[in-house]
Design a protein around this ligand. Structure first.
Ligand code: NAP
Length: 276
């Protein structure tokens, strides 16, 4: 088994994820895995970074596919005995003018952004080694969507005692409420992407709390973050940040030094802890 440190970035064949891999290849003292659901797109991205003189490694990962997640988990356990850095970056968003029915957008968006990310965490967090760093890429949109929730929902999402099971039930309820056409009556904002990212931010708060309760001596730091508004296929060419600038906050959180005990369980934007 290798004693080399290892970092994994989900959804890193393009956009912010690719820029995070590029930065980690330069700064992380270990193996860096570029992952992609499509091996062809992943290998092309690896070749692009190799052209730049960098040496990323590749592993397939579709966060919608539990078998794919478990194959990566087994690979990391067998080859490295665990994992040092996990950046949960993979995500999707329907375009603003997409005419797909809202209930379908809700189901598809929550499937990847919340349930897929959660499945990766469920399978990989137990592998994270002492002093490991976990970064869940959320969005400022999670904050604005939170403010668009009913007072009752806001209270639940800000609670310091909400459990992962309760969060999962709420995310599933949002999807069901959109199917029945009652999501606004039930206190939800009119944004599937926003609700999915509420889920990512709240999940991060819960996971950090569990790490405090169950693995305090391991000094693992886990945070949610917003990369900013970044020029990628998702956000388009008018966004204000380059992918490299968008990668700065996730990379900062991924490389927090072993002497750091904060931030942990926070929502971080521009390397600054934001109120939730
Ligand atoms: P992007 O250019 O569209 O890249 C998204 C990446 O996620 C792609 O590599 C995509 O792979 C991958 N992905 C999607 N579904 C996946 C799945 N089921 N399994 C594995 N990989 C999957 O978007 P981006 O702007 O870089 O976004 C990266 C993250 O930042 C997302 O979580 C996004 O919500 C968040 N974010 C972005 C912005 C922004 O302004 N861009 C702002 C706030 C937050 P394929 O190539 O196969 O589709």
């Amino acid at each position: 088994m290798s004693s080399v440190q290892v970092a994994v970035v989900t959804g890193s064949n393009k956009g912010i994820g690719l820029a995070v891999v590029r930065a980690l290849c330069r700064q992380f003292p270990g193996d860096v895995y570029l992952t992609s659901r499509d091996p062809g797109r992943g290998q092309a991205a690896v070749a692009q970074l190799q052209q730049e003189g960098l040496r990323p490694l590749f592993h397939q990962l579709d966060i919608d596919d539990l078998q794919s997640i478990r194959a990566l988990r087994d690979f990391l356990r067998d080859k490295y005995g665990g994992l040092d850095v996990l950046v949960n970056n993979a995500g999707i968003a329907f375009k603003v003018h997409d005419t797909t029915p809202f209930a379908v957008q809700a189901e598809v968006t929550l499937k990847t952004n919340f349930f897929g990310t959660r499945n990766v965490c469920t399978e990989l967090l137990p592998l994270v080694k002492p002093y490991g760093r976990v970064v869940n890429v959320s969005s400022m949109v999670s904050s604005s969507a939170l403010r668009g929730c009913s007072q009752e929902l806001q209270q639940k999402f800000r609670s310091d005692t909400i459990t992962e099971e309760e969060l999962v039930q709420l995310m599933a309820k949002f999807v069901e409420d959109t199917k029945r056409g009652v999501h606004e009556k039930e206190g939800w904002p009119n944004t599937a992407y926003g609700v999915s990212k509420i889920g990512v931010t709240v999940l991060s708060r819960i996971q950090a709390r569990l790490l405090n309760e169950q693995r305090k001596g391991d000094h693992i730091l886990l945070n949610a973050c917003c990369p900013g508004w970044v020029r990628t296929d998702m956000a388009g060419p008018k966004a204000t940040k380059s992918p490299e600038e968008g990668a700065e906050t996730p990379v900062y959180l991924a490389l927090l030094p072993s002497s750091a005990d904060a931030p942990h369980g926070q929502f971080v934007s521009d390397k600054t802890v934001k109120p939730w």
